[in-house]
Structure formats: C-alpha cells, structure tokens
Design a protein around this ligand. Structure first.
Ligand code: GAP
Length: 517
C-alpha cells in the first residue's frame, strides 16, 4: 500500500473511530473545516496540555494569556496583515483548479531533490559496502547536474519572492514546464495576490458597523498585551507570553485533511529579549522546541530543521521544524526572530509607548522577540499519522488476523486505560468500576463490557489505548488482574496494588516533562 492510500485510510479511520469529522457533515461538509470527536478532543487537549505545561511550568519567566479573537482592526494594519498577508494564486484554465504559485514551484524543487536521493539510493545498492556517498555526491555528473539545476532554480525563485515579482513566478512555472496535476496542461493564468484574512462586521446597526477580521494568528493578542502582562506580572526581560487559540485563514488550496485548514488552532509563545541578544535566544528556542518534539518518542529521524529560503522583511532569522508526514517532510512549527517589528509598529499605530525599562542598563527600549509557533491540528496530524499501523497478527489458535492499532505516545493517548470485566456478572463489573474509581482522577479510563474480550482489545487498539486491564474470577479471589500492552500485545498477571506503579511510568506527564530539563 502506498502512502497516499494509507493516508486515505487514516482519514476514514479518524472518522469511523470518533477522532475527526467533516464539519456540518449532514450538509455535505464545509471545505477545509473539521470537527473533533470524542477521542479527537481528548488527544488534542493532551497535546495542548503538554505544550502549555512545558512552556508555563518549566519556565518561571513564561506566563500564559487568553486574548479575544476579535481585535481592533488597526492591529492588522500595524502587523502588516492587511497589506501583505497574501498568497500568490494561479489558475489552470483547463481544469479550472486554483493553486498557490509558490507551492507549485516548491513541489517542483522537492521533486529534483527526490531524484537526487533516488540516484544515491540506487548507487548505494549497486556498490554495496564500498559506497562512498560523499564522493558520489560531489563527483557523479548526473548528481552534479541535478544539484546545479536545483540551486539555480531555488535562487531564481527566492529572488522572485523577495521582489514580490508575480510575473517572474509565472515565468518560472512556464519555463520549468510545471503542469496542472489535474488536467496535465500548462495553460496557466496570470499570478494574482489574494488576502487570506476573513472579514466580518461588528455592531448591530449597519451604518455603524465597521469591518473587523478573524485573527489569522494568535501572536498579535500577545503583542498588544505586552505591557499589561509585563507590568501586572512584574516580568523582567527576558520573559515570554504563551497563548493557545483559534486562528482563521481563507486558504486558497486547502488540502491534506487537517494539514491546511481554514479554521485551526495555534500554540504560540513570544519571548521578549534585549536587542542584540535575539540570535542567542533564537538558537536556545530552536533546541528547546526540537527537544519537546523528540521527547514524545515518535522517532528522532522524523524531524528536521528547515531554514527559510526567504526571510520576512521584519525577521533576522527563521526556520521550521519539519515532520515526516505520509506526504513528505512538511512544516509543523515555525521559529522566528521577529526583531522589534511588531511592538515597534503597534507603538507607531497606537501612539502608546510599548517599551521596557531595563534597570540594569538604566534605559528603555522596544524589546526584540523570538516566536515559537506551532499548529495544534498539524501536531495532531503528525501524532495520528505516525501512530496509524496495520498489522498482521497470529491468533492464539494459530490462525492469521489483522489489526489496526494507533501507536499514540501513551501519555497523550485519548483513553489511557480500558478496564474490562471478562463477563457481565458474578461481581466482575463492580470490581472493574472500583478500579476505575481509583484511577480516573489521574488517567482517562474507559469501561467496556460488550462483546468478546478479543473484540474489545481490537476496539481499544483502534483508538490507541496503551493499557487494557481485564478483571476475571481470579481477581475476586486474589486481587490480581491481567494487564495487556497495546504495542506488544503481551499480557501479564499483576496484583491490583502494583497497577499504578506500572502504568504511571509511561502515562505520567511529569516523566515526559522531566525529559525536557
Ligand atoms: N505567528 C506566526 C505564524 O502564524 P505561520 O508559519 O503562518 O506563523 C505557524 O503559522 C504554524 O501554524 C504553522 O507552523 C502550522 O503548524 C500552523 N498553521 C498555519 N496555517 C495553518 C493552516 N491553514 N491549517 C493548519 N495549521 C496551520
């Protein structure tokens, strides 16, 4: 099964098992908008909690806020979103499909990179243990030609972006012979700009109504509250403000399930520093954020940094943390050194001083900012796509079977413990509920007594429950239970009193957070 088919199965699985539903599904859905179901919301909350606690509990100089989605319209003028939050669009006249011109070129560049990697792979197989990859990369004529082509194209593309040259973007698409994936033709329109912000009206009387925007990022709610928090929290630089919440973007090309949505959630932290110290802090946050991702244990090789080809005019350093999704390495989080651009502009547009008095220097300045910005839904997608596994298994009677298991990191699994009485009688349900009543304060537990024990295990595998605890008649006699492990499917008999020690090691948020120190 290829990655595309697997991804389709994942989407179907998310719906079938109550993780993610298309929005307003009974009306045929709304493009690029999704609802989280009963298990989805638990997983989402757990990811949010992991992020929130890592930010606000592990750093005594970071505090959180929860700003409103609606903001004064001038905020978006000052932030640059009204004038510059645009995507370059291009339409294919035959398929009538619309694309982002930059995405078409980036995907083309990625194909060149993939060709190079394939050539290397082939050579490695051919030469076996004597293969010298570095030598091959630097001397093989085909590789050299492809690398030069990629580099020249990348340089041309970055220049076009920097100059905001829409005609040149189109020309690149034509020169490279990039075709529409649907029609297969090169019949392209001009490239146009399209602002991504959603507008609405505030006020009940039409004449008084004024246009406001649904926020396209949560960051600005932090900037406009910079002084409020600094003063009331008596915060000293360096310090950070964290926030999670909804953001809205009228994405032109909304594809790949919850990867690019029109309504989504961000988890952002703005870290205010002394001018001149920003690059030290930028590197600090790059390392911290990578550690946060890797601590979940989904595989270190699944992550990489990608430095931005083109820096925004206000940034002096920027990179993405990319995750290996089923459709390739893609951005899951951005880390940006935003200089004093945002606070400086809000100061200019509002006429209010947004400065920090530094007692060490005995002077005031507009702080510089390092931003870490991660999409909660995109993080969710990385977890669930990495977790989805189809496995062939051999049953106790020797016959073969299949199972779908979500290998979600146990600490953020939506249901962490399932407690299953072997039969619905003889006091077993009561004993099961007694165990749940002990564990539920710390862990999300589920009780299930319906169907055979094998079917119940499968149901729990499909939602990613790391531990199933089975209560049988022996439990009543000696207070022991069977614990079944999701990933290995191993089972062992343990005293009820040992349960918490065994499960807490893997399920404790405390242990996960400790890895970040
Ligand atoms: N304040 C900076 C900012 O918003 P961004 O790179 O535009 O930066 C940050 O967005 C993160 O938000 C991305 O890395 C991604 O995880 C998430 N994100 C952005 N647009 C998204 C969308 N349309 N759907 C889902 N997640 C999105």
């Amino acid at each position: 099964m290829n990655q595309e088919e697997l991804f389709k199965k994942l989407i179907a699985h998310c719906k079938e098992y109550g993780f993610i539903f298309p929005s307003s599904e009974i009306y045929d859905g709304l493009s690029a908008v999704y609802d989280y179901g009963q298990y989805g919301v638990e997983l989402k909350n757990n990811i949010r909690r992991y992020w929130w606690d890592a930010m606000t509990r592990l750093h005594e100089n970071i505090v959180g806020i929860d700003a409103a989605i609606f903001m004064h319209p001038t905020v978006w003028k000052a932030s640059g979103h009204v004038d510059a939050f645009n995507d370059p669009l291009i339409d294919n006249k035959d398929s009538r499909k619309r694309y982002r011109a930059d995405n078409l070129i980036e995907e083309h560049l990625q194909k060149i990179d993939e060709k190079i990697e394939k050539e290397i792979e082939k050579a490695a197989k051919r030469f076996g243990s004597s293969f010298d990859e570095h030598l091959y990369r630097t001397t093989n004529p085909k590789i050299l030609e492809l690398s030069a082509k990629g580099e020249a194209l990348r340089a041309r593309y970055v220049k076009a972006l920097e100059k905001d040259d829409l005609a040149e973007l189109r020309q690149i698409i034509l020169d490279e012979g990039i075709v529409c994936p649907v029609s297969g033709t090169r019949n392209w329109t001009e490239v146009r700009k399209f602002n991504l912000m959603f507008e609405t009206k505030i006020g009940s009387v039409a004449e008084e109504a004024s246009t406001i925007y649904l926020r396209p990022e949560t960051a600005q709610g932090i900037f406009v509250n910079f002084l409020n928090v600094q003063k009331t929290g008596r915060m000293k630089i360096p310090f950070g403000i964290a926030q999670t919440g909804k953001a809205f973007r009228n994405e032109i090309v909304a594809r790949q399930f919850i990867f690019r949505m029109r309504e989504f959630e961000q988890m952002e932290m703005q870290f205010f520093v002394k001018p001149g110290e920003e690059l030290t802090w930028y590197n600090f946050w790059k390392e911290q954020r990578m550690k946060w991702h890797k601590a979940l244990g989904m595989g270190d090789e699944k992550y990489r940094f990608h430095d931005h080809d083109k820096l925004a005019h206000y940034a002096n350093a920027a990179c993405d943390i990319e995750f290996h999704f089923p459709f390739g390495f893609k951005e899951v989080e951005g880390i940006h050194s935003r200089t004093d651009f945002d606070l400086g502009n809000h100061q200019k547009y509002s006429g209010k001083k947004l400065q920090y008095f530094d007692p060490d220097l005995n002077q005031s300045y507009v702080p510089y900012v390092i931003e870490t910005s991660i999409g909660l839904d995109r993080m969710f997608l990385s977890v669930i796509s990495n977790a989805y596994t189809e496995e062939k298994i051999v049953k106790e009677d020797g016959t073969e079977d299949e199972r779908v298991v979500l290998r979600i990191p146990p600490v953020i699994a939506p249901v962490q413990i399932a407690v299953l009485p072997l039969v619905k009688k003889d006091g077993l349900p009561e004993k099961a509920r007694e165990i749940i009543s002990r564990l539920r304060f710390e862990y999300n537990c589920q009780y299930d007594e319906k169907d055979s024990i094998g079917r119940r295990y499968r149901r729990q595998d499909a939602i990613g429950t790391p531990y199933c605890i089975t209560i049988d008649h022996q439990t009543l006699a000696d207070n022991t239970v069977t614990i079944r492990y999701r990933d290995s499917m191993d089972q062992e008999r343990i005293p009820v009193d040992n349960l918490e020690t065994i499960i807490s090691e893997k399920l404790s948020m405390k242990n996960l957070l400790k890895k970040l120190l």
